[in-house]
Design a protein around this ligand. Structure first.
Ligand code: AMP
Ligand code: MG
Length: 419
């Protein structure tokens, strides 16, 4: 048996970061930028008002007060999206809306609430004069040219995961498209004579293929593009035929056929078609897995991950190995899940020194985090996976975890990667 970390390292050393594509910024959500984004101009492009009010020379307003307003002559109005050629001179002002460029000569904005405008309107007084009720200091309510972004500044660096704010920055710089690392296309193949595809009646001795769906759903969840090939039978010809269908993708994930029973046939097929190692990994569930590369067209090598067939084993090995591989292909190197410490509520026996991943539901209590085991832990019991929001880890060197023992829990409910 090899340690989980060794298996993961071998996988990550083989799987490449994928190439680039240029696409509309909105559809690049959740993809990693392939180049730096440098601003070609300032944002804001000009000094502008942060409030609806009156653009003034601050020095004209120093002695303004509620009881003794300073009266300024209103010589124009400017709304967002418009400019004005009016220059503000001593004793004059321009009515201004939020976002409108500051007229020449002005250095501050007095908001409506600090003028007598409402009162004047009520009393039908002329509006070509306005009373300022509070003094303004220079730059009050002014957003300065370039205060967010300066021309020449690198605003987003290569390697950034594009989230809504980053997409907003690209848009604010006028970009319609972005160059990003493309998403991996991952083919999914289930193997086993007992498997029946969803939608067909079950023959006796058959079970429905669920792994294709959990695996494809997780591929999509972690930002890949899943392509379900279907079901390969436990014969040389069937497996070869189906594996070939996955050779134009970025990665092939199979499930089943790696445990002792049908190990040989899969091993032969994979050895013929590429370079495959079979490992037993010091973990539970999910001890047997296969990993290697398959030969594609033009000498291309396609990484292949062979997960165990048991539904929970395939999910947990997916979490530990396929997820980091997909993230790496997407250009994301941070694959460690958030981990918390929580008190387990049941005894877990670790009789052969493996790392046990226990399906738990974590919740916060007055005494800290609690991890409740979600049900029977057999590697075929998929229902105990549905209520789990974490995997509690019993380390290899713990023969026993007792109720109340504090375990590390990998949190599964991490929506950021869903992009
Ligand atoms: P294997 O690794 O092929 O020996 O399969 C181990 C167990 O997982 C067997 O009980 C299989 O029936 C079950 N199994 C394998 N593949 C699937 C699948 N695609 N969907 C549901 N169960 C499966
Ligand atoms: Mg099988």
């Amino acid at each position: 048996m090899i340690p989980l970390e060794d298996a993961l390292e071998k996988i990550l050393n083989t799987v490449p970061v994928l190439g680039f594509e240029n696409k509309p910024i909105l559809s690049a959500l959740g993809q990693v930028l392939a180049e730096d984004v440098v601003a070609q101009f300032d944002i804001p492009p000009h000094d502008n008002s942060a409030m609806d009010g009156f653009a003034v020379r601050a020095c004209d307003t120093y002695s303004a007060a509620q009881q003794s307003p300073i009266y300024l002559k209103v010589i124009g109005e400017v709304a967002a999206g418009h400019t004005t050629s009016i220059r503000i001179k001593a004793g004059t002002t321009v009515r201004i809306m939020t976002g409108a460029p500051l007229p020449a000569g002005a250095d501050a904005v007095v908001r409506f609430e600090n003028t007598d405008e409402t009162e004047r309107k009520k009393q039908n007084k002329p509006l070509d004069i306005i009373g300022i009720l509070e003094p303004a200091t220079a730059q009050l309510n002014v957003r300065l040219k370039g205060e967010d972004i300066r021309a020449g500044q690198t605003v987003l660096t290569k390697g950034t995961l594009l989230l809504p704010a980053g997409i907003g920055i690209l848009a604010s710089l006028g970009n319609e498209n972005a160059t990003v690392i493309r998403r991996p296309v991952v083919s999914v193949l289930s193997t086993g004579d007992e498997l029946c595809p969803a939608g067909k009646p079950l023959a006796s001795g058959q079970i429905y293929d669920s792994n294709s769906y959990t695996i494809a759903a997780n591929i999509a969840r972690y930002g890949g593009i899943a392509r379900i090939i279907g079901i390969g039978r436990d014969t040389l010809a069937s497996l070869q035929e189906k594996i070939r269908l996955g050779l134009d993708s970025d990665m092939l994930i199979t499930s089943g056929g790696v445990s002792k029973g049908d190990y040989d046939i899969v091993k032969d097929v994979l050895a013929q078609m590429g370079n495959i190692s079979f490992w037993t990994v010091r973990m539970k569930p999910g001890k047997p897995i296969a990993f290697g590369t398959l030969k594609g067209a033009n000498g291309r090598e396609i990484p292949h991950l062979g997960l165990p067939g048991n539904p929970v084993s395939s999910m947990i090995t997916f979490e530990q190995f396929a997820r980091p591989a997909i993230l790496k292909m997407r250009g994301i190197s941070r694959h460690i899940r958030p981990v918390i410490s929580a008190a387990i509520d049941q005894e877990i026996i670790n009789d052969d020194a493996r790392r046990i991943f226990v399906r738990v539901h974590v919740s916060r209590t007055e005494d800290g985090w609690k991890a409740s085991v979600t049900g029977p832990q057999g590697s075929g019991i998929l229902t105990s996976m549905t209520g789990a929001n974490g995997l509690a880890i019993v380390p290899e060197d713990w023969p026993l975890a007792r109720p109340g023992d504090i375990l590390k829990v990998q949190l599964l409910d991490d929506t950021e990667e869903a992009l």
